[in-house]
Ligand binder design. Structure first.
Ligand code: ADP
Ligand code: MG
Length: 230
């Protein structure tokens, strides 16, 4: 599991990942807590600055087991991407149950007060980040979620939550195929974000909710049509 090799040097100005004992002893400001199927996500400072820690250690044993796979996946995803614009810095795995990342000051992009005014700017940022991810053969499988894209006060869009990611590195069998799928997939993600940031608010919000994945498939279909026209 990547951790020691990816520890952030103190010179970066970022805090170091805490040990489990430091984490347990530190005061915590919870962003999400106690949901039976989710990690506890908290802001922690063990002496050299605030960071966000995602921790499954408080879950039931079976969820903790799945959580370990998620933590391992998310740590490896950050390690694969390396330091990357529009992503928090990865500070390291605390242990098998938890990982630490840079704290992003900001709000969910979908709730930002200026999301209409600066819509094109934010969509352009989302597009350039997704294009880069596509080139790397990397699918962020949760980038449609309005909770997983934040907006910093300096108007920079930041993606979080890499637990559900999939990638095939360049040169590996399947990479080129994945890139083609990524193009379609990210175009569909962008259609979702165009909807979320629509003038007057998300038009889907007040509609009757269709079964799960219906919007996803509709967006994929629209993305396919869009790409064909290019
Ligand atoms: N690096 C971060 N900086 C600021 N807030 C964060 C950060 N990571 C997570 N959060 C907040 O915690 C919430 C849950 O974290 P997330 O990584 O998305 O976990 P989950 O798997 O539970 O969705 C996010 O929606 C966001 O509000
Ligand atoms: Mg999330």
């Amino acid at each position: 599991m990547p951790s020691a090799n990816h520890d952030t040097p103190k010179s970066s100005g970022l805090p170091r990942r805490p040990s489990r004992s430091q984490l347990d002893a530190a005061p915590k400001d919870y962003l999400t807590r106690g949901a039976p199927f989710k990690a506890d996500v908290m802001v922690v400072d063990v002496g050299d600055g605030e960071m966000v820690v995602k921790d499954f250690s408080g879950r039931a044993w079976w969820r903790r087991l799945i959580g370990r796979l998620e933590v391992s996946r998310e740590c490896r995803a950050y390690a694969y991407l390396g330091p990357m614009p529009r992503f928090p810095a990865f500070l390291g795995c605390v242990d098998k149950d938890a990982l630490a990342v840079e704290k992003i000051d900001g709000v969910a992009l979908a709730r930002a007060a200026d999301s209409e005014e600066n819509r094109d700017r934010y969509l352009a940022q989302l597009r350039s980040a997704m294009e880069r991810l596509g080139e790397l053969g990397f699918l962020h499988l949760d980038a449609r979620s309005n909770k997983n894209v934040l907006l910093r006060p300096d108007k920079q869009v930041i993606f979080i939550d890499l637990a559900g990611s999939f990638w095939i590195p360049p040169g590996r069998l399947g990479h080129r195929l994945l890139r083609r799928f990524a193009e379609l997939y990210y175009e569909a993600n962008l259609i979702k974000w165009e909807t979320l940031l629509a003038t007057g608010g998300d038009p889907r919000k007040d509609q009757a909710k269709p079964p799960r994945y219906v919007h996803g498939f509709v967006d994929l279909w629209r993305a396919r049509k869009r790409l064909r026209k290019r």
